[in-house]
Write a protein that binds this ligand. Structure first.
Ligand SMILES: [Zn+2]
Length: 230
């Protein structure tokens, strides 16, 4: 256990950075990660988080002998590593297969109302929202569900909405081989609803446009398609 603790306390060391890191790592670079972020495997992470979460509960005065609470530290640890923060690990990046654009479809494709759950990195409480993404095909097209998976991948880590918006746009550009992408996200931040100003009606909207979407007409078409009733 002593050794595990040391590992967690290791100061960030740039020499640890993998020079031969695969291309996928560029997508996680914007999230501030320690150089040793993936030296511990998932099982060890769960074990350590469980221990520390138990401490938090004990400090709050909760009785961990109670049936209802006794399994909570393990449940929380497993949920953090395997679900809520799964997208921190580049190993979990969705595999995106591209297809030939057989139909010569040249217009924008909009995948809208992609619902996601994320976690605010300042308070560790939920962000829930919808993402609308669009691209204009450049020779290749992508399976539609992959667009949802890319959104989910970046949602499953502690986030700020602005960064998440840009990360999704960057990955779309990279995988689709085009700069013509748009990402629009509307989300509710529980840290705004539950604490501080306790505003339950406000929501946060962020957008990232590039390539042809910088053109006002293209952008307006995108917004129109997003707001179109089914
Ligand atoms: Zn927050």
């Amino acid at each position: 256990m002593k050794q595990k603790e040391t590992m967690l306390n290791t100061k960030e060391n740039n020499a640890h950075h993998d020079d031969d890191a695969n291309d996928q790592s560029i997508f996680s670079m914007d999230t501030p990660l320690r150089a040793d972020a993936f030296e511990l495997d998932d099982d060890l992470k769960i074990e350590l988080i469980e221990k520390h979460f138990k401490e938090i509960m004990l400090i709050l005065g909760l009785d961990l002998n109670d049936d209802s609470l006794s399994g909570t530290p393990h449940r929380v640890a497993k949920m953090y590593v395997k679900e809520m923060f799964k997208g921190l690990n580049p190993e979990n990046i969705p595999a995106v297969k591209l297809f030939e654009n057989k139909y010569q479809y040249k217009n924008m494709l909009v995948e809208k109302n992609i619902s996601f759950h994320s976690v605010c990195e300042h308070h560790f409480v939920p962000i829930t929202g919808k993402a609308h993404v669009a691209y204009i095909p450049n020779g290749k097209v992508v399976g539609l569900s992959k667009l949802n998976r890319i959104v989910r991948y970046f949602a499953q880590r502690p986030q700020v909405q602005e960064r998440m918006t840009i990360q999704i746009a960057n990955m779309l550009k990279e995988t689709l081989g085009t700069n013509d992408v748009a990402v629009l996200i509307e989300a509710d931040h529980m840290c705004v609803a539950m604490r501080g100003v306790q505003d339950i009606t406000s929501s946060t909207v962020t957008a990232e446009y590039s390539g042809k979407f910088l053109d006002i007409k293209t952008r307006e078409e995108f917004i129109r398609m997003v707001t179109l009733e089914k």
